[in-house]
Design a protein around this ligand. Structure first.
Ligand code: ADP
Length: 394
């Protein structure tokens, strides 16, 4: 590896890690630690195709990252001998300040903490990983790469809400957008597949995982995206509602006295496909729909319809698109969702090649389609590593 970067994505009870070459964006080793803080935590470690798994009690993030270091010692190259140039951390919310990757010092750490009110489910967990890694690797630069950063170019017409000025000025209320590293990576790859420079093309990226968002990328720059102040807005997701009339919250508050904390939890954790279909795994929902489960069929229809509306509106926002790219767990794997999302867009220049779609692409539109449709596996860790390498080189 020419510039190995250890990429850490620290969640509240899980930690994902990868050892990535910052030049080629390829990973040699990756791992996932789940159920941190519970009696039976698991660590799954993959090195050059070899997979090992162990179950033990990992009391906190410090114990989790120590177990990661041990896993590297047992399988592959110990991290101390890997020639690491940096540890890079995925941070969900960078607010208005962090529009580029940044080397973390005490002041940056405090600023990320200050943004926790905008991302209470994510930033504190990301910070936990940062604090532990700074102690564990005190001599290495630690870099934060923000999910919001790619959307810093979204203009006012798309990032301002029509609400009182003070909300924006005093409380940071505006659209930020998320999944930025994925949208950046996939839109660049889409341009590459078209054989054009990113600055010459307009691309719409649909990142469909448990969380999901669509972004309009005009000549390499994000100009609109479906997530907003938080990752709740936009598409229907695994457990999040996406777009809704905000008055629903007041209605339920008045009618049943639901607290804002309960409604927040309901919209983030008990809505989306979980509410509509009773489950969140898209494979299971598709299987249930095929077997005639009406709730699953309606849920899929709503899921695809919402994506279609966003894609149609972003074709308008961009004044025409050269490509639409599907990515993440559902976008990369579900031919049914892709077909459902593009169904009625023929009039807007989308001609789906059904056989190519069923085969998974990478190009899934017909050769004459005015808009090229693609399936592109995302590589968020690779993008984080290459942005880190670029930052440290400057
Ligand atoms: P996360 O946002 O947690 O990173 P992923 O990008 O891994 O999520 O996507 C998870 C989603 O992808 C799940 O809903 C899962 O059911 C779905 N998925 C994975 N493989 C398939 C498949 N073959 N067909 C349909 N959906 C799939």
């Amino acid at each position: 590896m020419s510039a190995p970067v250890l990429v850490i994505n620290s969640g509240s009870s899980s930690i994902k890690y990868q050892l990535v070459d910052g030049e080629t964006q390829e990973a040699s080793t990756s791992g996932l630690i789940e159920r941190v803080g519970q009696s039976e935590s698991t660590l799954t470690h993959r090195h050059e195709g070899e997979r090992t798994e162990r179950t033990e009690h990992l009391a906190d993030h410090a114990a989790g990252l120590e177990a990661m270091v041990a896993a590297f010692e047992e399988h592959g190259t110990p991290l101390a001998e890997a020639g690491l140039i940096a540890v890079a951390h995925r941070v969900v919310h960078g607010g208005e300040r962090f529009v580029q990757p940044v080397v973390i010092d005490d002041e940056v750490e405090q600023a990320i903490e200050g943004l926790s009110s905008l991302a209470p489910l994510h930033n504190p967990a990301n910070l936990e990983g940062i604090r532990v890694a700074r102690k564990l690797f005190p001599r290495l630069p630690q870099v934060a790469v923000f999910d919001t950063a790619f959307h810093a170019t979204v203009p006012e017409r798309a990032h301002l809400y029509a609400v009182p000025n003070a909300w924006r000025e005093e409380h940071g209320v505006r659209r930020y957008g998320f999944h930025g590293t994925s949208h950046a990576y996939v839109s660049r790859k889409a341009a590459e597949m078209l054989g054009r420079h990113p600055k010459e093309v307009n691309v719409i990226v649909a990142h469909l995982g448990n969380g999901a968002s669509v972004t309009a990328v005009e000549r390499g720059r994000s100009i609109d995206t479906s997530m907003g102040l938080t990752p709740l807005e936009g598409l229907v997701m695994g457990t999040r509602s996406g777009d809704l009339d905000p008055a629903i919250v007041f209605h339920l508050h008045r009618r049943i006295g639901a607290s804002f904390a309960d409604l927040d939890a309901a919209l983030n954790k008990e809505s989306g496909m979980l509410a509509l279909a009773g489950q969140i795994d898209m494979r299971a929902i598709e299987a249930a729909a095929r077997e005639g489960d009406r709730a699953a069929q309606v849920a899929l229809e709503i899921y695809c319809y919402r994506i279609r509306k966003y894609i149609g509106s972003y074709i308008a926002a961009l004044g025409g698109a050269d490509a639409i790219a599907f990515t993440a767990g559902i976008g990369e794997n579900s031919a049914e969702v892709r077909a459902g999302a593009l169904g009625s867009l023929v009039a807007l220049g989308v001609r789906l090649d059904e056989a190519a779609n069923a085969a998974g692409g990478p190009i899934i539109s017909t050769p004459g389609s005015p808009i090229t449709v693609m399936v592109i596996p995302t590589n968020e860790e690779g993008e984080i590593a290459s942005q880190t390498t670029a930052l440290l080189r400057n």
